[in-house]
Design a protein around this ligand. Structure first.
Ligand code: AOF
Ligand code: ZN
Length: 324
């Protein structure tokens, strides 16, 4: 096997480990680490379990058996995210790696967090360690797309989500459960448990009285937000500015890293107006057709389909922005 393939194999394992932090690592990113001895044996593994507790690297070093400690000097540590260089709730991982004396560090992607952002890598190279950055970078970024968007763009990762009939109408004339199936409803609730906040427009809030909580899955409820475009978002807001940038600024201050926008048509179209106001679109298409009602929002021209899942008569399609 070539070195690149070996690196990808162990980075894939890092991602797999990182995913164990899905529910509890928040608001920290999900991170996994693997330590491999010179002869290619995994001698340590770890992931970031819970915010406030040890980082992935700390847990990986702690898992190394006493008999294998001597191998560290000739080993490689793989980490899905750049090792940190700052004193946060825990001390810097880059310093720990230097102290442990590993020979090589392989990093999935750079940490977008301003206090780290390249400094962890610099600390390692300054200490004379061989550092490789960007192995399975796309996958590592995908893993923490919410954390990355929040830190890079100073706004939450935005998912626009709607359900429509086969002929393109929203479900406003039905109860929502009539279009989605028990399974797709459960998946919507799973998504809610994974996002920090969920938002609807005033009209939808008043007409549908949605609960916007997690009932058909288990996990924390997202924060529920209603916007009204005729009202300023926060008490000190400037009336002449659009609602969405105000909302983003406030959500960023509140540490909300991810947001689901669930409707109605006008609210969704508001977010679709500007390419910088959304990240992903999820459309559930039911087999039913109706005559009349509210047309579902039109997809922007620059979208690409990234996934298409079939659930009985319904299909869920995911779209992302085409990379320029
Ligand atoms: C790593 N490995 O496993 C994680 C990192 O408050 P703290 O000390 O937990 O630091 C949180 C920040 O550390 C977080 O914003 C992100 O930049 C980085 N997360 N870094 O080296 C890890 N979870
Ligand atoms: Zn760290």
């Amino acid at each position: 096997m070539e070195q690149r393939e070996i690196d990808e194999k162990f980075m894939r394992r890092c991602i797999q480990l990182a995913l164990n932090g899905r529910q509890n690592a928040k608001p920290n990113p999900m991170v996994g680490a693997v330590i491999v001895s010179r002869d290619g044996r995994v001698i340590g593994e770890g992931y970031h379990v819970r915010c406030g507790e040890g980082h992935a690297e700390v847990n990986a070093f702690a898992s190394v058996k006493p008999d294998d400690e001597a191998l560290l000097r000739e080993s490689t540590i793989y980490v899905s995210l750049e090792p940190c260089s700052h004193y946060g709730r825990t001390p810097p991982c880059a310093d720990l790696i230097v102290r442990k004396g590993v020979r090589r560090v392989v990093v999935g992607c750079v940490d977008p967090f301003a206090k780290v952002h390249g400094r962890g890598i610099k600390r390692l190279t300054d200490a004379g360690i061989d550092v490789t950055v960007g192995v399975l970078e796309r996958e590592c970024k995908e893993l923490n797309k919410r954390f990355i968007t929040f830190n890079e763009r100073q706004r939450p990762y935005v998912l626009l989500k709607w359900c429509m009939t086969a002929n393109g109408y929203l479900d406003d004339n039905f109860s929502p459960t009539m279009l989605s199936t028990p399974v797709t409803q459960m998946l919507s609730h799973k998504l809610r448990a994974e996002y920090d906040a969920i938002l609807v427009g005033r009209v939808t809030a008043e007409r549908d009285r949605p609960r916007l909580d997690v009932r058909h899955w288990s996990g924390p409820n997202p924060r529920r937000i209603v916007i009204d475009r005729n009202r300023p978002f926060c008490p000190s807001a400037d009336f002449s500015r659009p609602v969405i940038p105000q909302l983003f600024a406030w959500l960023h201050d509140e540490g909300v890293q991810s947001l689901i926008v669930e409707g109605g048509a006008e609210t969704l179209s508001g977010f679709l107006q500007n390419n910088d106001w959304w990240d992903e679109i999820r459309v559930e298409v039911a087999a039913k057709t109706v005559t009349g009602g509210t047309r579902a929002p039109r997809l922007p021209d620059n979208v690409v389909q990234t996934r298409r899942d079939i659930y009985g008569d319904n299909v869920i399609i995911y779209y992302a922005k085409r990379q320029e």
